[in-house]
Write a protein that binds this ligand. Structure first.
Ligand code: SAM
Length: 232
């Protein structure tokens, strides 16, 4: 999707986003935040922070920054920070997750919730997340991936041509993400209603081949997976 169509889609969503996607996606957000804040005092960046639904969840002394391509979505996040007095939120700004202005290794954890299948170029976003995250730091992703069930797969493929309108790609697969990320997968589990979304935890350690991880990707469908205990 182009930046232009993303901005158009999320300008339309901004006023209704929390009502449409607040509680539906809440479990994934909560679990992603838990992973991101496991270490006390972590410096965390949330890319595609949207209306900031996750921001009240961060505790454990975390220092949180958020970026988004959509000014109207970010405006809702600013209002939330103000309204709820979220002092741990240190900055929110319009920035492209595929090309940020942060220095190398700026964050302990970089989180992307429901963003990977929205951005124009996920591989570019992962490269940028890896650059601005400390080596060995945490990269946490929550996303929907193309279903392996034939009927759902057919529905998702039918919706793919209108990605620009609905604001995400329903046919983005787990294997594509592993190939785009090329990072060390630590764990993954199903989250949200019917386990239709996945929470993936990577360590910021590059992998040469995604083949072994892609095989594990298939195993995601069975539930929680400990992919790389060496790096856990
Ligand atoms: C589905 S919403 C998710 C919002 C939030 N993370 C949540 O948990 O509800 C996707 C968000 O990603 C943002 N986005 C899409 N592409 C982006 C990019 N290249 N850089 C930064 N944000 C982007 C959109 O503007 C939108 O706010």
């Amino acid at each position: 999707m182009s930046d232009h169509s993303i901005k158009n889609a999320y300008r339309r969503y901004a006023g209704v986003y929390d009502r449409l996607f607040g509680s539906v996606f809440a479990e994934g957000r909560r679990k992603a935040v838990e992973l991101g804040t496991a270490e006390p005092g972590a410096r965390i960046l949330e890319v595609g922070v949207g209306t900031g639904l996750s921001l009240p969840e961060y505790g454990n002394g975390a220092e949180v920054y958020g970026i988004d391509l959509s000014e109207p979505m970010l405006q809702k996040a600013r209002e939330r920070v103000e309204r709820e007095g979220l002092e741990h939120v240190k900055g929110l700004c319009v920035m492209n997750a595929e090309a940020t202005s942060f220095a190398d290794a700026s964050f302990d954890t970089v989180v992307a919730m429901y963003v990977v299948s929205v951005v124009g170029n996920p591989a570019r976003m992962f490269r940028e997340m890896a650059r601005i995250c400390k080596p060995g730091g945490n990269i946490v992703v929550v996303n929907h991936f193309a279903s392996s069930h034939w009927a759902l797969d057919a529905v998702e493929r039918a919706f793919a041509p209108i990605s620009n309108l609905i604001g995400f790609r329903p046919d983005y697969s787990m294997d594509e993400m592993l190939e785009d990320a090329r990072l060390t997968l630590v764990s993954a589990e199903r989250v949200n209603w019917f386990g239709y979304w996945h929470l993936a935890h990577f360590h910021n350690v590059p992998v040469q081949s995604t083949a072994p991880q892609a095989q594990l990707g298939g195993a995601y469908l069975g539930g929680r997976l400990e992919a790389d205990p060496e790096h856990a």
